[in-house]
Design a protein around this ligand. Structure first.
Ligand code: 5AD
Ligand code: SF4
Length: 481
């Protein structure tokens, strides 16, 4: 969809706006600030905002930027959909995500009848689909602002345009233009944060809509990533998660020759960084030097999330994954051999076109042999426009449910077996959540497992040593040393 400007805007404030980013957005943040101050006087309180994030960590990260912009404008955070401004940052990887969003927009529309000045913003992956935007344009006129994944940095400008025109603003781009650095950002946790190292995906797995809604791969400059890590740690962040749809492709479109293993090394040299995680590599091109870097670098968590999708070589081919069952197992074995105590986790899709119980048995075989610590299991969802959607051997819901149950059982058994191996050990954990009612802290191990243990609230965000006393399947009970 082309950039859709439904009003050719001649407002003097727009004419005077700087052309360069991010200066332009700071200019619109200031304009919105003035409008919001007036609104606050009317209301006798600060206007509130609520962001609801659907989907993956990329969206979580984008929502931090959206929150940063809204806070800079002067909105106060509230935790409900009655807020003066509600943002839905949507996901479209699976169809049911879309269905849920429509239901909730309807609900928001009813709330807006009680508060005419309420503003509703929809953005993210689902908005990159023409059919979704068309449906909202026609059936949900009360939505104020719609944009996609490529221009989230425009939030303040688009909100301002909505206020000035009084009309629904739709601005969805086909592809990314530039990577805009240095926008305000609000970090939800304080002690851990994600950093995008690249955007988009060029892999075109046959079931997946991501390459169509997130566009072609673009890597950020290593120095910008390191600078962001430095800035975050100066503000209390200890754990960094490097994010990309396929981190092994990091740097492919850049000329400086810096690839992912080297980037890990560079980020780990930032003094305040205590732990580094990353999400996700692709099994088709996992280089040896990356395995060696994870093994040797003390700050890099010994956890590799390695999406399998299927253990059947026949289905992997139809999925366009570029590896076989045997190649995946070889890679998993190599990673486990070179990185002692590494935890492998994965994503699996059940019900891909043509799947039989024999394919599921192959997948289960890989689950057992690779020894996954956990697996996200997804029911295949047909996404229009992807090659798999046009395949004529779609699997019925009943058969898929049968396959799913069979897999779930194997995944549960393997995960429990793997976690059990840690019982009795003493490990360093990051204190991530504290519950007043129970006095229990939840800590995350290097390998991504969780442990609950009695602690003081003040320990939040620090790294402490904990003995893992009892394994409860997916988590432990423990005590602090
Ligand atoms: N149906 C089900 N699961 C999917 N995923 C991606 N596309 C689909 C789809 N059409 C899963 C993959 C991916 C994860 C993020 O979402 O397992 O790794
Ligand atoms: Fe989708 Fe495959 Fe890209 Fe992952 S690697 S985002 S599954 S196309």
């Amino acid at each position: 969809m082309d950039r859709n400007i439904d009003t050719v805007f001649t407002d003097p404030q727009f004419v005077a706006a700087p052309q360069m980013e991010p200066e332009r957005q700071y200019y619109f943040i200031d304009l919105m600030k003035t409008l919001l101050l007036a609104r606050a006087t009317e209301l006798g309180r600060k206007p509130t905002m609520h962001i609801e994030t659907f989907g993956c960590q990329m969206n979580e990260k984008d929502s931090e930027t959206l929150a940063g912009i809204l806070k800079a404008i002067g909105y106060e955070e509230s935790d409900g959909e009655d807020a003066d401004l509600v943002v839905y940052n949507t996901c479209t990887v699976r169809e049911n995500a879309n269905t849920r969003v429509y239901g909730r927009i309807g609900y928001l529309g009813n709330r807006k009848k009680l508060n005419r000045d309420k503003r509703i913003v929809l953005c993210g992956c689902m908005m990159q689909e023409k059919s979704a935007v068309e449906k909202i344009r026609q059936s949900y006129r009360f939505v104020d602002v719609i944009f996609g994944t490529h221009n989230i940095y425009l939030l303040a400008e688009l909100l301002y345009r909505r206020e000035k025109t009084g009309k629904q603003v739709i601005d969805v781009w086909d592809k990314a233009k530039e990577i805009v650095e240095s926008l305000p950002r609000y970090n939800k946790y304080g002690f851990k944060a994600g950093i995008n190292i690249m955007y988009g995906c060029d892999n075109f797995c046959s079931y997946c809509i991501v390459p169509y809604v997130r566009g072609r791969e673009r890597s950020r400059a290593a120095e910008d990533i390191v600078e962001e890590a430095r800035h975050l740690t100066e503000n209390g962040v200890r754990e960094i998660m490097l994010l990309g749809q396929n981190v092994n492709s990091y740097g492919k479109n850049r000329e400086d020759g810096i690839r992912f293993a080297e980037l890990l090394r560079m980020v780990s040299k930032v003094e305040g960084v205590k732990r580094i995680r990353f999400m996700s590599p692709h099994p088709k091109d996992f280089p040896d030097d990356l395995i060696d870097e994870i093994a040797a670098n003390e700050k890099v968590c010994k956890h590799v999330h390695l999406p399998l999708q299927s253990g059947s070589s026949r289905l992997l081919k139809a999925m366009n994954r570029h590896y076989t069952k045997e190649q995946y197992l070889e890679l998993a074995a190599k990673i486990k051999e070179r990185i002692p105590d590494v935890a492998l986790t994965t994503d699996i899709i059940i019900g891909f076109p043509g799947e039989t119980m024999k394919d599921v048995e192959d997948t289960i075989d890989v689950v057992r042999k690779a020894g996954f610590m956990s697996a996200y299991t997804f029911l295949y969802s047909k996404r229009n426009g992807t090659p798999a959607a046009a395949m004529d051997n779609q699997v019925s819901d009943e058969v898929a449910a049968e396959h799913f149950n069979r897999l779930l059982q194997a995944v549960g058994e393997t995960a429990a077996e793997q976690a059990e191996r840690w019982t009795g050990r003493t490990e360093t954990v990051l204190c991530e959540e504290y519950k007043e009612e129970t006095g229990l802290m939840t800590g995350r191990l290097d390998n991504n497992l969780l442990v609950h243990f009695p602690a003081e609230k003040e320990a939040l965000g620090t790294l402490v040593r904990v003995r893992l006393e009892e394994c409860k399947g997916f988590y432990f009970l423990g005590s602090q040393l």
